[in-house]
Design a protein around this ligand. Sequence first.
Ligand code: GLY
Length: 392
Amino acid sequence: MSPRALGHGFIGGNKMAKKLNRRDFIKSSAAAGTLAAAGGLSAKARQEQGSAPAIITGSIRPVVISSGNGFKARNGGTETCVERAFRLMTGGMDVLDALIEGVNIVELDPADASVGYGGLPDADGYVTLDSCCMHGPKRQAGGVGALQGVRTPSMVARAVAQISDHHLLVAQGAQDFARNLGFEIEDDLNTEHSRGLWLEWKQRTDSRHYLTPEDRAQANAEVGLAMVREGKIDPEHYYGTINCNGINGAGDICGVTTTSGLAWKIPGRVGDSPILGAGLYLDNDVGAAGSTGRGEANLYNLASFLVIEEMRRGAHPMDAGMAALRRIHENTVERRLLNEAGNPNFNVSFYVIGKDGSYAGVAFYGGPQRVFAVCDENGPRHQEIAGLYGEI
Ligand code: GLY
């Protein structure tokens, strides 16, 4: 049974959209036309599609941002994550519901091997998923870790926020919670693609032994990274994740992060993605920040929380994100994690929105190949990530 069979409103809150006061809707055709340019469609085309008019209740320009896969995966459809989230959000849907509708595209797309169905599995071949979400105006948060069998962990995370008294459920307990709510539980979320890559990794290294740190780096990481270099694994999918944050015209800020975590991880490993303050943090009075990349580095520093605190002190999203990256670097002292220049030999990215609708995508390493996704009144696009240490 799909969770929708229980009525999407109970966890989805789509009914919220219908409760919006009509005075909230823009009546000016000029303003509506500007916002309706979202998704690359003209106002006329959006009207023909039956899209609701965009809403602005203040001076804030609505925007949705995400990691780069938010403007790539389509799951066989026409829309990407940021397009759908922006369209629904500016059409009046609750911001978190709109963002989750967006990331569902990526979670369900078998071609994205970093999130949800078809995500790269753990060392034993099980796809285990992490996700969390935060709702700024409601001060609600929920997360799931090491969840197996549910393609859309973001929806289970939202249910944890909305109908439990807890913030984080893991492993069997998270799955039982999802089953009780009517989510379909599948035996295996591998696709032929993800299973084939796991089998090759298994053949090339023995991950079942606990090695010295040096051997671990050589035996495990090197095989994985070699598979990236050989073009078998998209580099974005090795630690791959999607983080998606949005702010509407009323200044409501929400965010969601969802992932299959690190490829070939030790079973039971939970990364930064479901941890509030690490994979995602927001304050409705300040802004939102979420992350992709090496979760262990982010977890040690609770860096998304740090980004928000920097913005609370007045920093622009770009500067706040760079401050968090510098903090991560300061705490990265193990030689195996540093390159010859003494800089981190891994990447971490932050996707940051300020309360005024300003935004930034930052990482240790940027460059033309490292992009994040944006959708605002100018439509969806990729923008280059700003690198603290230049290009990768
Ligand atoms: N940032 C995703 C992970 O490390 O699991």
